[in-house]
Design a protein around this ligand. Sequence first.
Ligand SMILES: [Zn+2]
Length: 72
Amino acid sequence: MMTCKEVTRLISEGQDRKLTVAERVGLEMHLLICDGCTNFRRQMDFLRAACRRYVGTVKGGAGRSDRPDRDA
Ligand SMILES: [Zn+2]
């Protein structure tokens, strides 16, 4: 089982690169049992979505609908 430290690192890296299948499975297994990391990922997703919306707004709004928000 991954530690919280490994999981949070993978969540951060997952914003910038595609995780391997093994990494994703380990991540999801950990998230099933760890509220702290689940909250961390939710915050990362929120920040990423907010950043993308902001960038889209600056560029003229074109980037708003390229990916549906999961929580919408
Ligand atoms: Zn954890």
